[in-house]
Design a protein around this ligand. Structure first.
Ligand SMILES: C[S@@+](CC[C@H](N)C(=O)[O-])C[C@H]1O[C@@H](n2cnc3c(N)ncnc32)[C@H](O)[C@@H]1O
Length: 181
């Protein structure tokens, strides 16, 4: 079990990391990876799970970004065009079927139950809505977080009753998934 899995552990980690996060993040999660994901966004009502400092969705004016860490949201705030919510996305306080898309760019692998989390996100999607995820695939990071193989991702979306439309390798360091309700 990775040491940063679960809300409490993720909180401890990102509270410390928030000060330097924006300096290191673009080297790992590059602008090109972000563009690949953003090209697939459908609709205006987008939920960014683990929005962090807003790197992925800051320019979308109807986006809602949720994060556990106040320090990350404070950094997102000056540029974020949508709205920001402090909270745990596994207990997300949103109306069922109120989003066109849910984005988990670097966040799904912190949840205790990734299948449970995806099931919850599915409930927030309108019929035909999509979930877009980016998850790292470096085995060595398994000490810290969940590391999913392709077959794990296939199983997560199948068990959450989502139709996986894309599962692709990104720069040899991550998997990108697009799944439809
Ligand atoms: C690697 S960062 C990704 C940030 C952002 N998505 C980006 O594009 O740079 C992961 C973020 O997920 C957040 N997070 C982890 N578990 C969460 C949960 N259960 N609910 C809300 N946010 C969570 C962390 O606080 C952290 O800010």
């Amino acid at each position: 079990m990775g040491i940063f899995i679960g809300s409490k552990n993720a909180q401890r980690f990102f509270k410390r990391l928030s000060r330097i996060y924006d300096r290191i993040n673009p080297y790992i999660y590059t602008a090109e990876m972000r563009e690949t994901l953003l090209k697939d966004v459908e609709g205006e009502h987008v939920l960014d799970v683990g929005v962090g400092t807003g790197y992925t969705t800051k320019h979308l004016d109807k986006a809602v970004g949720i994060d556990l860490i106040k320090e990350m949201l404070l950094r997102a705030k000056p540029e974020y065009m949508g709205s920001l919510v402090l909270g745990d996305a596994s207990k997300a306080p949103f109306k069922p079927q109120s989003f066109d898309a849910v984005i988990c760019a670097g966040s799904l692998y912190y949840f205790n139950s990734p299948i449970g989390a995806v099931k919850g996100f599915r409930g927030l999607l309108r019929k035909g809505g999509i979930i877009l995820t980016i998850t790292p695939n470096w085995r060595i990071l398994g000490v810290f977080v969940h590391i999913f193989k392709k077959k794990d991702l296939q199983e997560i979306f199948r068990k959450a009753d989502m139709h996986l439309e894309k599962l692709q390798n990104m720069r040899g360091i991550a998997y990108y998934c697009k799944a439809r309700r």
